[in-house]
Design a protein around this ligand. Structure first.
Ligand SMILES: *[C@@H]1O[C@H](CO)[C@@H](O)[C@H](O)[C@H]1NC(C)=O
Ligand SMILES: *[C@@H]1O[C@H](CO)[C@@H](O)[C@H](O)[C@H]1NC(C)=O
Ligand SMILES: *[C@@H]1O[C@H](CO)[C@@H](O)[C@H](O)[C@H]1NC(C)=O
Ligand SMILES: *[C@@H]1O[C@H](CO)[C@@H](O)[C@H](O)[C@H]1NC(C)=O
Ligand SMILES: *[C@@H]1O[C@H](CO)[C@@H](O)[C@H](O)[C@H]1NC(C)=O
Length: 453
C-alpha cells in the first residue's frame, strides 16, 4: 500500500513530534529526559579572566572583596562581545558581599570556595523590595545578599561543583538572640534580571534564603546542591518570587526551611506591586526540611499560576506539599500541577491552608481574600506520613478545584488525627488512600478529576 498523503492530521502529528523533541535532552546513557533548561541557552564565553589576576588569594584568610569588585568592574566596563568568564581557581576565597554584572559567568573550579566574611558590622544595607514594603523579618531596609545582582541579563553561576558558603551561623545566632536590626542577607539574590543560569555549584550555610530570584524571567537553576543544618532558621533552598519562566531541575536540597517556595510579595505591598509568579517548573528535586518540601506561598500577593512540580523525592520533611496563604494576601493561586512525588517520614503529606503566615504591618486589608483554585496532585506516594492531608480553605473564599488522583499516603496517624481533615474546599478525589474527606467528591475516572470544581 502506498503511504497515505500528508493530510492535516499527519502534519499536526509531525509538528507535535518536533515540539516534543525540543523538550528532550539525551543523557550519557542514551535515554531521553524532559527538561525546561532550554529557556536560557548556555553562553560560551571567549573572554576569560581569573580572580588571581585581580590579586585574589585563596588562603581562607585574605579578604578578597577588592578583587571580586574590581573583576566585576572590569567585566562591566570593558564589555567584551559575548561577555566574560571570571574563573575562581581551587582555594578558599574569603570576601564581603559583591555584585555581579550582565554578560558574565562566575565559574567555580573544583575545590573553589567563595566564603562570606563573618564580620557583619560593615555589611551593606539596601532598600526593601517594593512587593514586601519592608524587610521580611525586620522593618526597614535589609542586608544585601552575599552575591547580588540588580537589573542584569545573561548571568551564569556555574563550574565544577565549587562552593558558595554563607557561613551563616553568626547570623542564625543573632536571630536566636533577637539582636538583628535588619533582615538577614540571602546567599544569592537577583532582582529584576533575566536569562540567568545557576548550575553545578554547592550552596551552603546561607544566612537566610539561599537562592532568591525576584522580579526575574527566564531563570534556570539546575544540578545544584544546597545544604544548611536542619535547625538553621529560614534557610529556604530556592524561592522564585514574582518571577516567570523559572526552571528548577536535578537538584539536592537539604535545609532548615522550605526546600523550594514559590512566592510573589506580601499583603498590601504585594497586591500594589502586582507581579505574579508564573510558569514555574520544579522537576527531579530531592530534598529534606523540617518545614515544607515544595511550598506555594505563603507570600503570594502578586498571584501564583502555572506551576508544574514533578518527580520529587522528599525525606524527613514537615509537610510534603504545602500550599499556604492567608486573609490579607489577596490575589490568587491557580493551575498548580504536582505529580510523581514520594514522601518518607513526614508530619503531613499534603497541606493546603488559608491561615498561614504573618502580616507585614497593621495596614493589610483583612478582606483581601486570596482565590485558590485548580490544584491537581496526582501519583503521590508516602510512607511513614503521620497525617495524609489537611485542607483548610477560607470561609468567605473557599478553595475550589482541588483534585487528588492516585494518592497513597500511609503511616501511623497521630492519636487524635483523622488521616484527612478538610473544610471550606471543593474538588474531587480518584483512588486516594486512606480514603479522603467527604468534601472532595469521589470520581471514578481520572480525567474527570482534573475538571472538577
Ligand atoms: C551593589 O548593588 C546594589 C543594588 O543595586 C547597590 O546598592 C550597591 O551600591 C552595589 N554595590 C557595589 C559595591 O557596587
Ligand atoms: C552536574 O554537576 C557536576 C559537578 O557539580 C558535573 O560533574 C556534572 O557533569 C553535572 N551534570 C550535568 C548534567 O550538568
Ligand atoms: C558536589 O558536592 C556535593 C557536596 O559536597 C556532593 O554531595 C556531591 O556529590 C558533589 N557532586 C559531584 C558530581 O561531585
Ligand atoms: C507562560 O508560558 C506560556 C506558554 O508557554 C506563554 O504563552 C506565556 O507567555 C508565559 N508567561 C510568561 C509570563 O512568560
Ligand atoms: C497550566 O499550567 C501548565 C503547567 O503546569 C501549563 O502547561 C498550562 O498551559 C497552564 N494552563 C493554562 C490554562 O494556563
Amino acid at each position: 500500500m502506498p503511504p497515505p498523503p500528508a493530510g492535516p492530521a499527519a502534519v499536526l502529528l509531525a509538528a507535535v513530534a518536533v515540539a516534543v523533541a525540543a523538550l528532550l535532552a539525551t543523557t550519557a546513557a542514551g535515554e531521553e529526559v524532559v527538561t525546561c533548561s532550554g529557556v536560557v541557552p548556555m553562553s560560551d564565553r571567549v573572554d576569560r579572566i581569573s580572580i588571581a589576576d585581580f590579586g585574589g588569594v585563596g588562603d581562607g584568610r585574605t579578604l578578597n572583596t577588592k578583587a571580586f569588585r574590581e573583576a566585576v568592574y572590569r567585566i562591566q566596563h570593558l564589555a567584551r562581545p559575548g561577555g566574560t568568564l571570571l574563573h575562581v581557581p581551587p582555594g578558599v576565597y574569603l570576601t564581603e558581599s559583591f555584585n555581579l554584572t550582565s554578560h558574565m559567568t562566575l565559574y567555580l573550579a573544583s575545590g573553589a570556595v567563595i566564603k562570606a566574611t563573618q564580620d557583619t558590622s560593615n555589611w551593606p544595607l539596601i532598600a526593601p523590595l517594593p512587593s514586601y514594603g519592608r524587610g521580611r523579618e525586620r522593618p526597614g531596609g535589609r542586608y544585601v545578599s552575599f552575591i547580588h545582582g540588580d537589573g542584569l541579563q545573561d548571568v551564569i553561576i556555574t563550574g565544577e561543583n565549587g562552593t558558595i558558603d554563607g557561613q551563616g551561623d553568626v547570623w542564625w545566632n543573632m536571630w536566636r538572640q533577637r539582636t538583628l536590626s535588619f533582615t538577614r542577607p540571602n546567599l544569592v539574590e537577583l532582582v529584576n534580571s533575566r536569562d540567568i543560569i545557576i548550575s553545578n555549584v554547592v550552596f551552603q550555610n546561607s544566612p537566610f534564603w539561599n537562592i532568591h530570584p525576584v522580579y526575574c524571567s527566564n531563570v534556570v537553576v539546575r544540578n545544584v546542591t544546597i545544604l544548611a543544618p536542619v535547625d538553621s532558621p529560614n534557610t529556604d533552598g530556592i524561592d522564585p518570587d514574582s518571577s516567570s519562566n523559572v526552571c528548577i531541575e536535578d537538584s539536592y536540597i537539604s535545609v532548615g526551611d522550605d526546600v523550594v517556595a514559590v512566592k510573589s510579595g506580601w499583603d498590601e505591598y504585594g497586591i500594589a506591586y502586582g507581579r505574579p509568579s508564573s510558569n514555574i517548573t520544579i522537576r527531579r528535586v530531592t530534598g529534606s526540611s523540617p518545614f515544607a518540601g515544595i511550598a506555594i506561598g505563603s507570600e503570594m500577593s502578586g498571584g501564583i499560576e502555572n506551576v508544574l512540580v514533578e518527580n520529587v523525592n522528599l525525606y524527613k520533611v514537615g509537610i510534603g506539599i504545602h500550599v499556604k496563604t492567608n486573609s490579607g494576601r489577596g490575589a490568587f493561586i491557580r493551575n498548580i500541577t504536582v505529580s510523581d512525588v514520594y514522601v518518607e517520614d513526614a508530619r503531613k503529606g499534603i497541606k493546603i491552608s488559608g491561615d498561614v503566615g504573618d502580616h507585614p504591618d497593621d495596614g493589610y486589608n483583612p478582606n483581601a481574600l486570596p482565590v485558590v483554585t485548580g490544584i491537581l496532585i496526582k501519583d503521590m506516594r508516602g510512607t511513614n506520613v503521620q497525617q495524609a492531608g489537611l485542607i483548610r480553605g477560607i470561609k468567605n473564599s473557599p478553595f475550589t478545584g482541588v483534585c487528588l488522583s492516585n494518592v497513597n499516603l500511609h503511616g501511623k496517624p497521630g492519636p487524635r488525627e483523622d488521616p484527612w481533615s478538610c473544610s471550606d474546599v471543593s474538588g474531587a478525589a480518584f483512588k486516594v488512600s486512606p480514603s479522603p474527606c467527604s468534601e472532595l467528591t469521589s470520581v471514578s475516572d481520572r480525567d474527570s478529576c482534573a475538571n472538577y470544581s
